[in-house]
Ligand binder design. Structure first.
Ligand code: C2E
Ligand code: MG
Ligand code: MG
Length: 596
């Protein structure tokens, strides 16, 4: 049943007094009358027309009623009880057994004064009664009140109470109807899934009330923009673009665009939406800067049903969000498949820690001159099943986005400390341990204290632990992160900058950071002999590191020639397949030297 509220929205309130304007809104409703006496129907219709009702469906043959109900979807039915073939009772029973119609208000028109009939009709779900011959005043009042009650219920079930926007039920109905029209007429439409990138975080930190206020303000802005589509002169369309905004998931809006000329229009609308969201927002005396991720599924590019369209738009939106947000993306099967794979990995990764599926491998770091193992780097792997060892590049980004990297990172440090202890107990010489840290771990203020506790519990000196961080750490919140680095350093931990030379940050930060070690990215060594520039850059990096008093480590050394090259320079350590790939702890044990 299409809720009549679509047109009547603004004034549907559950008030006792129903004003004239309200009645005028209600009178747009479609009223179906089923009666075998056509004169009764004509009289009822004439009375109601006097009040302003315009849309009627009159059915004399009750056989036809169910089919017409499906097709015309009235807002109210006036039903005679005594009819040949299908009686009013039978029809009422059928209506209440049809899920789409079970809430249709039905007023029984009856000349019968038999109380039994009334009781039976009520039991079957009749909404109200009207005695025949119909009194015009009573008819108008009963129809008006019944429609008002329906409108109120529709509002509750079809609108989001917070934003007052239509909800999922209405979206599905309008999208289904829109797709049906588009398939028939060749018209184009698009579904946009719009998520506020920072919403969850803001709601967590600022509270639920502030979260609601953010949604209300954003709703206002988006609605304003959508109402002005007709005036967006630059759109290439000569149709009048029509947009309907829906909200049902906190922080996620859906926009249905109809009568679009081409996908360029949709792209332009998306840019407008992104721009609108970017404007500063004032909530609780705070100035907030939000961005959004938008995923778009358009018909006929995507030829699927409404659920399929929504899924495609949503996975395209997630794709944008995972890449940093503040952008839009049209859907594609490839993105959808990637997204589904990601969701699967995410779900399994959540269980991986509990199920003990994570492993730590260790790769030796050797002195360039001594060629002896001076330390190892802990590198995580995921034993997803008996024969699949998932490399970190696949799951660390997902662990970062979901926050799982925090418990995983702690677990890696615990394993590494436990392993150092075990090697020492097996009579091996003490070595240094390197552990990689993700920028996400730096967001937690308690991180240094937690790490300190972990090493203390295993009796390991913080001096023998080096935390490796990449330049991506410095992309945002630099000051806060440098503070955490200082805190770690004060506790005695060492800090290395990993994959150096691949980031885009300026060199000046090097002197601000509390660093002990610089690891030159392996890409410089891979084309060492084919590219003179790489050699120049390596020399410059080693020089730089030396002058800042940092230990230099060469990553990804695979060939003897590369090591020879390093021996002639001033690099301190190397790491790479030439000596050993990362190994499980028992295999690394054989490589370690005994304690003196
Ligand atoms: P990374 O810290 O730069 O680690 C070095 C990567 O280079 C490792 O890849 C290692 O297996 C690989 N490698 C070492 N020697 C050679 C070589 O000679 N040739 C080539 N081609 N590759 C070599 P892996 O283990 O796949 O790790 C990839 C990245 O994942 C790491 O890069 C690190 O950024 C991240 N990662 C690994 N474990 C952890 C962890 O516990 N926590 C966090 N946050 N990140 C981790
Ligand atoms: Mg590393
Ligand atoms: Mg590295």
């Amino acid at each position: 049943m299409p809720p009549m509220t679509a047109e009547m929205r603004p004034d549907l309130q559950p008030t006792a007094t129903v004003n004239q304007e309200h009645t005028a809104q209600l009178s747009r409703a479609t009223i179906m009358i089923v009666d075998d006496e056509s004169t009764t129907m004509e009289i009822v219709k004439a009375y109601l027309e006097e009040t302003g009702y315009r849309n009627f469906v009159l059915i004399e043959d009750s056989d036809q009623a169910m089919a017409q109900l499906e097709q015309r979807r009235p807002d109210l039915m006036l039903l005679d009880l005594i009819m040949p073939r299908v009686s009013g009772f039978d029809l009422l029973a059928q209506i209440r057994n049809t899920p789409k119609l079970e809430h249709l208000p039905v007023i029984i028109l009856t000349s019968s004064s038999d109380n039994q009939d009334k009781l039976k009709a009520l039991e079957l779900g009749a909404t109200d009664f009207l005695a025949k011959p119909v009194d015009p005043s009573e008819l108008r009042l009963r129809v008006r009140n019944t429609l008002a009650a329906k409108a109120y219920l529709d509002r509750l079930s079809y609108y989001d109470p917070l934003t007052q926007l239509p909800n999922r039920h209405l979206l599905m109905e309008q999208l289904n109807a829109g797709l049906a029209v588009a398939k028939r007429t060749g018209e184009k439409l698009a579904v946009l899934s719009i998520e506020l990138d920072q919403f969850d975080k803001l709601r967590d930190t600022m509270g639920l009330m502030a979260g609601d206020e953010i949604l209300r303000q954003i709703t206002q802005r988006l609605t304003h923009l959508i109402q002005g589509f007709d005036m967006m002169g630059q759109l290439e369309t000569d149709h009048s673009l029509q947009g309907t905004l829906f909200h049902f998931d906190a922080g996620i809006f859906t926009l249905l665009l109809q009568h679009i000329a081409n996908e360029r229009d949709v792209a332009q609308v998306s840019e407008g939406l992104l721009e609108t969201v970017r404007h500063v927002l004032c909530v609780d005396d705070s100035e907030l800067y939000l961005t959004a991720s938008i995923g778009i599924a358009s018909y006929p590019t995507e030829d699927c049903d409404s659920h399929g369209m929504l899924q495609l738009a949503s996975s395209a939106k997630d794709h944008v969000r995972n890449k940093g947000g503040d952008s839009y993306q049209f859907s594609s099967r490839r993105i959808h498949i990637l997204h589904k794979k990601r969701l699967m990995i995410e779900a399994r990764l959540r269980r991986a820690l509990e199920r003990k599926e994570l492993r730590v491998y260790y790769q030796p770091k050797l002195g360039v001159r001594s060629n002896r193992i001076e330390g190892v780097e802990a590198l995580i792997r995921w034993q997803a099943n008996a024969d699949t060892l998932v490399p970190p590049d696949v799951f660390i980004p997902i662990a970062e986005e979901t926050g799982l990297i925090v418990p995983i990172g702690q677990w890696v440090l615990q394993q590494a400390c436990q392993q150092m202890q075990a090697w020492q107990q097996a009579g091996k010489a003490a070595i240094k341990m390197a552990v990689n840290l993700s920028p996400v771990q730096f967001q937690s203020e308690s991180m240094p204290a937690v790490f300190q506790k972990i090493v203390q519990q295993r009796g390991i000196s913080p001096r023998s632990i080096t935390f490796e961080v990449t330049e991506s750490l410095l992309l945002n919140d630099i000051d806060a992160k440098i503070k955490v680095m200082h805190r770690l350093r004060e506790m005695g931990f060492r800090i290395a900058i990993d994959d150096f030379g691949t980031g885009y940050s300026s060199l000046s930060y090097l002197k601000q950071l509390p660093l002990d070690e610089l690891k030159i990215d392996r890409s410089f060594f891979s084309d060492l002999f084919s590219d003179t520039k790489s050699r120049a850059l390596i020399s410059a990096m080693i020089y730089l590191a030396r002058s800042l008093n940092l230990t230099t480590v060469a990553e990804g050394v695979e060939l003897e020639e590369q090591l020879d090259y390093l021996r002639n320079g001033a690099c301190d350590q190397y790491q790479g397949y030439l000596f050993s790939p990362p190994l499980p702890p028992d295999r690394l044990l054989d490589l370690l030297e005994p304690a003196d």
